[in-house]
Ligand binder design. Structure first.
Ligand code: FES
Ligand code: FES
Length: 163
C-alpha cells in the first residue's frame, strides 16, 4: 500500500514538492530525502537545538516536527542563508567576527535561532537586552564555547540598529 503523502512548501525560497510517510520527521526529510545536511541531529529529543530551522518565521526543532506539517509553509535551513557562494547573513558574519564557532556542531542551529529572533525584533523596531538574548538562546546547547561569544555575536547583530 502506498501511504506516501505529497506535501508542497517553500524551502529556502524555492517551491518544493516531496512525498513523505506520515510519521517522517522534518529533520529526516531534510537530511535524508533532500540531502540538506546542515541541519544537525543532536539529542533528537527537543533539548539541544542543533536541528533548528525556521518555519514561517519561528525557530523550530526539526526533530520534533512532522514533515507533513511543513505543507504550505515557508521553511528555511542553514543552506538558505549565506555560504561560500552567497553573501553571508549578518548573523553569520557576527558569529565569525566574535569567534563564536568551535567544533561547529551547534552552529547552524544557533544561527537559525538568532536569525529568527533578530528578524522578529527588527520587524518590531526593538533591540533586545543581553538577558533577552540569553533567554532566546536557551534552547541551543553548545559544548564548546561557553556561550559568551555566541551571546556577543547575537548582540552585535543589533549594532546598526537605531536606539
Ligand atoms: S536534535 Fe533536535 S533538539 Fe536536539
Ligand atoms: S561550537 Fe561545538 S557544540 Fe557549539
Amino acid at each position: 500500500m502506498n501511504n506516501l503523502i505529497e506535501i508542497k512548501f517553500r524551502l529556502n525560497g524555492k517551491e518544493t514538492k516531496v512525498k513523505v510517510k506520515p510519521a517522517l520527521l522534518l529533520i529526516d526529510m531534510l537530511r535524508d530525502e533532500l540531502k540538506l545536511k546542515g541541519t544537525k541531529p543532536g539529542c533528537l529529543e527537543g533539548e539541544c537545538g542543533a536541528c533548528t530551522v525556521i518555519i514561517d518565521g519561528d525557530a523550530i526543532n526539526s526533530c520534533m516536527y512532522l514533515a507533513i506539517n511543513a505543507d504550505g509553509k515557508e521553511v528555511t535551513t542553514i543552506e538558505g542563508l549565506g555560504s561560500q557562494d552567497n553573501p553571508l547573513e549578518l548573523v553569520q558574519e557576527k558569529m565569525l567576527e566574535h569567534g563564536a564557532v568551535q567544533c561547529g556542531f551547534c552552529s547552524s542551529g544557533v544561527i537559525m535561532t538568532i536569525k529568527a529572533f533578530s528578524d522578529k525584533m527588527k520587524a518590531s523596531g526593538k533591540t533586545p537586552t543581553r538577558e533577552e538574548l540569553k533567554k532566546s538562546l536557551e534552547g541551543n546547547l553548545c559544548r564548546c564555547t561557553g556561550y559568551v561569544k555566541i551571546i556577543d555575536a547575537a548582540e552585535a547583530v543589533y549594532d546598526d540598529q537605531p536606539s
